[in-house]
Design a protein around this ligand. Structure first.
Ligand code: URP
Ligand code: ZN
Ligand code: ZN
Length: 469
């Protein structure tokens, strides 16, 4: 039958104009004025006065992730429900094998968990060590499993962290496969030493988490990851960037002609380390890595200007919630607090309010950061914009809407929100995933399992390695 969205203002990364959009069989089939004939007999939505945006893509989430002795609180169903309520129609989760586990075995378990999704999904494949089979497994993942991006952790020593030799090999093989390497950039050895020193002094509360991970350890690791990528002609994507040193490293690499990308998240733009002042272990809600930074050192300005001037490429969320009960695992030792927080439902409204409405970003740039760029970087070729032939992933957004962000009302299972009480402008009225209304007037409409796995092909041409061994 199809669905006709009438009279909305379509916003892409490059254009804004009023038109109707007709969708059928999961695709956008028509854009123009007076598409009534095409829409005859189907559902009609009047979007006058509202924005018609491409479905947002979250390139960085962790649903049902076994991590730090527990499992992140949202599974693929509750996490993607939270996503569609916030205008996200596609997620990229991280499939993370245990050290020594085969990637294919881990992938089978991630694919099983993800079947519950109400949004579309794909994965980045984490490489958590280097063995005899790793190069071949990476090749299989790209060429047969439709996963064209990898992940390395330069932190979480003793768990997920890779050493420099392993990082080198991952970049080398990814370069050969034209795959993207996403990187958690923090110097894990330095963090480990700092943690031991703090514990030795009896500094055990959540407020010491940021002390153990200063911005210099992130800046150094970002520089090192980019150097390794450059050596091998690999494409690097630095996730959850929080600080000036890290942005500076990325800018240097870009200005030297390296193909590399940087992502930040709303929490690093909006929050500062005063969040750790809260009593009764309240600071634990904000424990994530890299940490939320102090206000006065220029980190926030550096991130905002990076987003505005094109040096940063995307905004993800790093959605990885834990309940307060789970956070209490670290009640006597901050290094045991599960790292992460919820954010997938907040991203669009928070960025619209603090980016667009406050004049820091244009609406087109917001669309680019949250939808078009993640699609382009990660090869989601049918997503990221509103155009004929693309997947019918659409958000109808009311710029006049108002809301207050709260854990009491969000769809995530997180029992605390890092944006609790934030007043936001603009409201997601409807979210359409693959031509079906998944969220409408505050209600979840999607059926469990309605999201699809999206297979990808490499979209980055090979670069010449700087060295040839
Ligand atoms: O604290 C965080 N960021 N938790 C999720 C895992 C990661 O490092 O992205
Ligand atoms: Zn990380
Ligand atoms: Zn993450």
């Amino acid at each position: 039958m199809g669905l006709l969205i009438k009279n909305g203002e379509i916003v892409t990364a490059t254009d804004r104009y009023v038109a109707d959009v007709f969708v059928k069989d999961g695709k956008i089939l028509g854009i123009g004025r007076d598409l009534a004939a095409q829409g005859a007999g189907g559902e009609v939505v009047d979007a006058a006065g509202q924005y018609v945006l491409p479905g947002f893509i979250d390139p960085h989430v962790h649903m049902e992730l076994p991590f730090m002795g527990t499992v992140s609180a949202d599974d693929f169903e509750s996490g993607t429900a939270s996503g569609v309520a916030g205008g996200t129609t596609c997620i990229i989760d991280f499939c993370i094998p245990n050290r020594g586990q085969s990637m294919l075995e881990a992938l089978a378990s991630w694919r099983e968990k993800a079947k519950k999704s109400v949004a579309d999904y794909t994965f980045h494949m984490a490489v958590t060590g280097w063995g005899d089979d790793t190069a071949a497994e990476m090749q299989r993942v790209v060429e047969q499993e439709g996963i064209t991006s990898f992940k390395v952790f330069m932190a979480y020593k003793g768990a997920l962290m890779v050493d420099d030799g392993e990082l080198y090999r991952v970049m080398q093989q990814a370069g050969r496969l034209n795959a993207v390497v996403t990187v958690h950039a923090e110097n894990g050895d330095a963090v480990w030493q700092l943690q031991r020193e703090l514990i030795g002094k009896g500094d055990l509360g959540p407020e010491y988490h940021p002390v153990s991970r200063p911005s210099s350890v992130e800046g150094e690791a970002t520089n090192r990851a980019l150097m390794m990528a450059r050596l091998q002609g690999a494409t690097a994507y630095i996730v959850h960037m929080t600080c000036r040193e890290s942005v500076d490293a990325l800018v240097r690499a870009k200005l030297e002609g390296q193909r590399c990308y940087g992502e930040t998240c709303p929490q690093y733009l909006l929050l500062d380390d005063r969040v750790f002042d809260q009593p009764d272990f309240g600071g634990s809600t904000y424990v994530m890595s890299p940490p939320i930074r102090p206000l006065h050192l220029g980190h926030h300005e550096s991130l905002w200007s990076g987003l505005a001037n094109g040096m940063l490429d995307s905004v993800g969320t790093d959605h990885c919630p834990f309940t307060h009960e789970q956070k209490k695992m670290g009640a006597k030792d901050f290094t045991r607090i599960p790292n992460g927080a919820a954010g997938i439902e907040d991203r669009l409204a928070i960025l619209y309010t603090h980016g667009v409405a406050s004049g820091k970003l244009s609406l087109e740039r917001l669309v680019e950061l949250g939808a078009t760029a993640p699609a382009r970087i990660f090869g989601l070729v049918k997503k990221g914009t509103v155009a004929v032939g693309m997947d019918a992933d659409i958000v109808i957004f009311d710029p006049q809407g108002k809301a207050v962000r709260s854990a009491k009302t969000h769809f995530s299972r997180a029992d605390r929100s890092i944006f609790e009480g934030f007043e936001v402008k603009g409201k997601v009225e409807r979210t359409i995933v693959g031509g079906r209304v998944a969220f409408e007037n505050g209600k979840l409409m999607a059926e469990k399992g309605s999201g699809r796995f999206i297979a990808r092909k490499p979209t980055h041409f090979a670069r010449q390695p700087e060295v040839k061994a």
